[in-house]
Design a binder for this molecule. Sequence first.
Ligand code: COA
Length: 178
Amino acid sequence: MIFLSYSSSNIEEIKQLFTKVFSDSEGQSEGVLIGNLVYDLMTGTGVQDLYGFVAIENKKIIGSIFFTRLIFESEVNVFLLSPVAIHTSYQRQGIGQKLINFGIHHLKENGVGLVFTYGDLKFYSKVGFSLVTEKLAKAPLTLTYPEGWLGQSLVSDEIEPITGDSYCVEALNKPEYW
Ligand SMILES: CC(C)(COP(=O)(O)OP(=O)(O)OC[C@H]1O[C@@H](n2cnc3c(N)ncnc32)[C@H](O)[C@@H]1OP(=O)(O)O)[C@@H](O)C(=O)NCCC(=O)NCCS
C-alpha cells in the first residue's frame, strides 16, 4: 500500500471511488452527491486551497481524502478534512486512519495549524480529533449535527478560540453537505 498526493490524471478514478463507496454505505443518491462533490473540489478549487491524497494497492486507488481551506476573519492557517473514503472491501483494516494521518502529517509540514472535520467522533477521535463547540470556532454553514463538528490543533495540545465567521471553498458551500 502506498500513499501519495493525488494527480489530475486521477480525477475520474477518484470520482468513481467516492461514488461507489458512499453508494455502498449510504445509498445511491448520497454516492452521486459525494462523487460530484469531490469532482467539484478537484476541478473548482485553487491549488493553494486544496490537498488531496490517495491510497494505492496493485496500481488501483482504494482510498482517497481531501482537505480544503477554511478561512477565518482572523489570520490562521486552517483546513477542513472532507470527504474521505476507503473502498468498501478494504474497510476496517486501519487504512482510513493511516490515510488521514498521512494527510495530516503533510499539512503540518506545510504550515497548517488547525484541521476541522464534520463527522463521527467515535471514528475521528482515533486520529486526534475532538468535539469543538461553535463558541470555540464557527462552522462555515449551519450544522445539522452540531455534535459532528470536530477539530485538532497541529501545533499545540488544545485549540485556541477563534473569533469571527468562517468560510469554506465554493464546492462545499452548500447546505446539503452540512
Ligand atoms: C470511514 C472510513 C473512511 C474509515 O476507514 P477504514 O479504513 O474503514 O477505518 P479504519 O480501519 O482505519 O478504522 C476502523 C474504525 O473506523 C470506524 N469504522 C469504519 N468502518 C465503519 C463502519 N462501516 N461503521 C462504523 N464504523 C466504522 C470504526 O470506528 C472502526 O473502529 P473499530 O473497528 O474499532 O470499531 C471508511 O470506512 C469509509 O470510507 N466509509 C464510508 C464512507 C464514509 O463514511 N466516510 C467518512 C465520512 S466523510
